[in-house]
Structures are given as structure tokens and as C-alpha cells.
Design a protein around this ligand. Sequence first.
Ligand code: HEC
Length: 187
Amino acid sequence: MSKTLKRILLGLAAVLVIIQFFRIDKTNPPIDSGQEFMAVTAPPADVAQLIHDACYDCHSHETEYPWYTNVAPLSWWIADHVKEGRKHLNFSVWGTYEQKKKAHKAEECAEEINKKEMPLTSFLPAHPEARLTDEQRTRLSDWFMALSKGKDITERVREGDPGTTPAMNEAGKESDEATEHEHEEEE
Ligand code: HEC
């Protein structure tokens, strides 16, 4: 090995050691259980499980950080996915989204799953439970599509579902115009 190559390798090793001191923030922000996606939309158990396994690490405040998330620069890249993922769609604050936004996000979920854009492929090698079969993709996207057309709790209230409380009715009324386009495909 030439002297120069040796120096370069030593330098690289030193950099790899030094960057390990720049740790990512792994604290999950608190969750208001009343606003949480599963509480608001009450999906069937199989759907809930799939969404949890395939989406929650990047799109919620329930991110799990395996050992390799300690290794920089990989950790920085992962932290960025979580930050960006939450910014675009955060299941932990679902209840705070306006009705229109809920419908839009649910529709996007159906599309992203259908087009195999989500979950991100880089997520899959370390997460076998997130590798969705075609059948699972159909199940999820159908469910999200139904949700986008207003089959969540707020909308059921609006439609006068007797299984809901008067307090929730108020929230339903406010979102009248926002939900207009959700009815397009209903006959
Ligand atoms: C490894 C992290 C990761 C996982 C797992 C993941 N996503 Fe994402 N998702 C992202 C990131 C990052 C973005 C924003 C950048 C982009 O669109 O690629 C995003 C964007 C999205 C968007 C677009 C939102 C918008 O405003 O355009 C939707 C919808 C979405 N994800 C749904 C899902 C669903 C549904 C799942 C589970 C089936 C999932 N994602 C799993 C990281 C992830």
C-alpha cells in the first residue's frame, strides 16, 4: 500500500469515527390518542396491522429505531425520511387534519400503495413485515379509497349514523363543503 493511500484510508476512518458523535434525535413527540388515526378511523384489524407495519415508522410519532439507526451517516438519512414522512402525512395527528385534507391524504395513500411508491423500497430489506403482497396492496388501497370517500367516523356522523354522539355531530357539520368532492363517485 502506498503511503498516500494509507493516509487517505486513515483519514476516512477518522471521519467515520468523528461523525458517530453527531447523533440523531430519536424522541417520539407525544401522541394525543383522540387524534390518532386508528382511533379516528377504526380500521379492521388486518388493515390496521398492515398500516402499522408498513407506514408508521415514517408517518407517525411511533417510530421504532433499530440498532443501525445509530450508525452515521445511515442514521442521518433515516432521520430525514422520518422528518419528511411526518411532514407529508402524520397518522399521529390525523384528527387535527381538516376533512378535505383527510380525504386527500387517504386518496394519496391508496395511490402510493397502488403504484408501489410506498412504503419506500429502501425500507424493505430491514422490514420484511412491510413487504406488501399484491393482495395486501389491493386490500389497503381499497380501504383507503373508501376512507377518502368519507367512510370515517366524522363522515358517518354527518350522514346521521345513529351510533354516534351529538358532540361529534358539530364537527361533522362544519366540514360540509370540504367533503363535497368525496361524493363524486357515489351513486
Ligand atoms: C421509510 C420511510 C417511509 C415509509 C415506511 C413509508 N413512507 Fe410514505 N413517505 C415517506 C417520505 C420520506 C415521503 C415524502 C417524500 C416522498 O414523497 O417520497 C413520503 C410520502 C408519502 C405520501 C405523499 C404525501 C404527499 O403529501 O405527497 C403518502 C400518501 C405516503 N407517503 C403514504 C405512505 C403509506 C400509506 C405508507 C405505508 C404503506 C408509507 N407511506 C410508508 C417515507 C415513508
